[in-house]
Design a protein around this ligand. Sequence first.
Ligand code: GLU
Length: 504
Amino acid sequence: MSSQIRLRFAPSPTGPLHMGGVRTALYNYLFAKKLGGKFILRIEDTDQARFVAGAEDYIKESLSWCGIKFDEGVDDKGEFGPYRQSERKELYTEYAQQLITNGWAYYAFDSSDELTALREKAESTGGVFTYNIECRQKLNNSLTLSAAEVDNKLKSDKAYVIRFKMPKEEEVIFEDLIRGEVRVKTEKLDDKVLFKSDGMPTYHLANIVDDHLMRISHVIRGEEWLPSAPLHILLYKAFGWKAPEFAHLPIILKPIGKGKLSKRDGDKMGFPVFPIQWNDPNSSEVFSGYREDGYFPDAFVNMLALLGWNPGTEQEIFSMEELIEAFSLDRVGKSGSKFDPEKTKWFNQQYLRAKSDKDLAILFQVELREKKIEVDSEKLEEVVGLVKERAIFISDFWSQSYFFFRAPTEFNAKVVKKRWKENTPQIITDLHDLFSNSEIWVAEPLHDIAANYIEKNELGFGAVMNALRLAVVGDGIGPDLFKIIEFVGREDALKRLNYALKTI
Ligand code: GLU
């Protein structure tokens, strides 16, 4: 049974994959895996005019970063290939012919100039031109021309397309797994082009033929394809094939709740809209990505899973395995889901906190090496453990801990004004001497030395500690001060105090 569950993600390589597209891929993947089925990557590249170099690689890299894996597809083995539609080109002609033969499609010879004229004419009276049931009997096609004329035109070099012959007065009814029953009257639909003059099928024809040949059982895709679904259902009927189940996902809305989250929103509003950075080969524009912005892929995937689906419990953190286990289409909402960039950061923070200090240290080490800072990995784990509560991204570690690795060269003026009083130099000098006489260099005993000194001299605890922090860190920030003093070591710590005394 389970081998019959087959889902596909079928992107067109016309640009980068929007996070909405990643969510579509994810839901297909979760659904397939939950039911023990197969997940297929098919590249729908029949629209040569919109082809963008690098887009296919970008899509594959993005999904691989997200941990979404395919059982069959362009780079994986599979018995239903090739999985790139341009490599299946020859195959579609036969199916287009089949539709002509059985009366579900016809040749149309109208030139683009003729169609433009019709469009302009309709617009001039406030209407729209559609090639449909009503007007097709008046146009230049195999429904109106004689067989001999059609034959002549086909033999000549004149360009033609093949259009679907929308049946009259029918109602297309199908069950969408998310929306329930959908009904559309055929007079509302146009005679879509199925086969283009360049010898390529359009999306509609290739998509249906391939879903059938690849034995796709369920089509889960974005809401923008819902208007095409009645045509697709009719195409299955025309071929005499069983249609797959359909589920159309709601759109992802802008953080303000109105309108679709679009390609340009992200960089305008300060968050990525794409999984990984996209360098547009045409405009040389660079669009930011979650990966480059320091998000963990599992945090990003977790956030996306919950953007439109809910588990029906309070649980928010899900591993991929848990998502597979919990996912179901009946918990996908019908209305759009508002994207929340702050919540996305929250997810990243949760994933960061859940990582071991050791793993975090390995990630942080990369940045330190770039800065030519060498730190022993065990010592780095300690630092990471001290500051991880303050970090959302690995890149936050540096701003939260740079003073462990670098002595201050300057001092925050505001903090100086607030914390460095007339008697401070004397206090720091005394502490310097006391510390330098200490036999051991460990946080707690050093803390006790300072505490005893404060008590004996009846000084304010906060005032002294804040001034000491300023001298050691250069600022008023950071975790446990004595852990910092211990970490930097005797020589460096005493040097820092001397430098502060000299400089402030
Ligand atoms: N090639 C279409 C796209 O780019 C596929 C739509 C579908 O899943 O049917 O999204």
